[in-house]
Design a protein around this ligand. Sequence first.
Ligand SMILES: O=C(O)CCC(=O)C(=O)O
Ligand SMILES: [Fe+2]
Length: 212
Amino acid sequence: MDLFSQQEGPIRSGFQKHILAGGELWVMPNFLSAEKAAAYYRQIKETINWRQEKIKMYGKTHPLPRLTAWHADAGYHYKYAGILCRPDPWTPALLEIKQQIELLLPRQKFNSVLLNLYRDGHDKMGWHADDEKELGVNPTIASVSLGAIRRFDLKHRKNKALKLQIALSPGSLLLMTGGLQHHWLHQVPAQKKVRAARINLTYRKIIGGSQP
Ligand SMILES: O=C(O)CCC(=O)C(=O)O
Ligand SMILES: [Fe+2]
C-alpha cells in the first residue's frame, strides 16, 4: 500500500518515488509547465504580504533566514518555532495551485499553505520535521517550488546511513507522506552561490481550527 496504490496510469507515472524507509517521498518534476511556473512565481512574489518573522533562541531574537506567509481557510492558525501564524485569505493563484494538486490526490484536501521566500542562496531552512500536532499522524504535505533551483536534503532520524539530496526545480511538486515526518528530517541548506530567489509553497491540512 502506498499513496497511489489505487491509482495506476498517468498520474502515478508522472511521479518519481524516492524513498520508503518508514515514509514516502514522491516528486513530479513537471507538475507546472515552465511558463506557468514563471507566471506564478512573479504573481506570488508581488501579491503576497511577505513577513519577516523572528525566533527566540537562548534569550536572543533572530530574524528567520527567509520571508514567510500563511494562507488558510478562516480560523486555521499555525504555530511553529514559537511563531503564531494568523491566516491571510486565499489568493486566486494559491487556490488554483491547491486545486491542481487535489486533482492528483482525490482523497486529500488541504486547508492551508505555508509560503517561504528564499531571497537568495543565503536564505535557508534548518533540519526539522513537519510534525506539529495540528497536522495529525502521518500527514501528507504537498510542496511546490518556483524560481531558483535549490537543494532539499533528507536524513533518517536514527540510521545515519540513510540520507537523500534532491534538487527542487521550478514547477516541481514534492509529496511527503506516510511516516516520513516521524522517521526523517529535512532541510533547505544555504547555497551561497545562488543569486536568484526561490518560492516554496507547502500545502497542509490542519486538523481542528484553533483560535489563539
Ligand atoms: O522550501 C522547501 O522546499 C521546504 C519547506 C519546508 O520544509 C517547510 O515549509 O516546512
Ligand atoms: Fe518542512
